[in-house]
Design a protein around this ligand. Sequence first.
Ligand code: HEC
Length: 107
Amino acid sequence: MRNTLLSLLALAALAAPLSAQGSELKGKFFFKKTCKTCHVAGKPGKEVTPLTKTQAQWKAYFAADKHNKGKEKLGTGTDLKPEQMKDVMTFLIQHASDSPQPMTCGG
Ligand code: HEC
């Protein structure tokens, strides 16, 4: 069982670089459509924009999958499929505070 899990993890790690790049355009769409429902000033999630984090901090945030781990705590998930989350991650990283094209709110 443990070995099966390990080989699955190894496979996932091997497969990851092939599909690591999501779509920035779709990511922007999903960020506005989903994340922004909670992440504007005055809402429970507080304001979150690509500038909220550096590229490294966004990578760490998505690697830790903080939001979905906090599901019970927040009483909600993000409703996005893994590939859609990848698009959001691509968008946020490309416009992070230390990126070549920082962006405040996703347009
Ligand atoms: C249903 C509401 C909701 C949705 C949808 C949502 N969030 Fe959140 N998010 C929250 C709440 C609530 C917190 C906790 C805020 C706090 O207490 O500071 C949070 C926290 C965060 C944080 C800060 C956590 C940290 O450790 O830095 C980030 C970043 C974040 N969300 C990003 C996102 C992204 C990206 C999406 C879309 C993929 C998203 N959120 C969708 C409600 C939501």
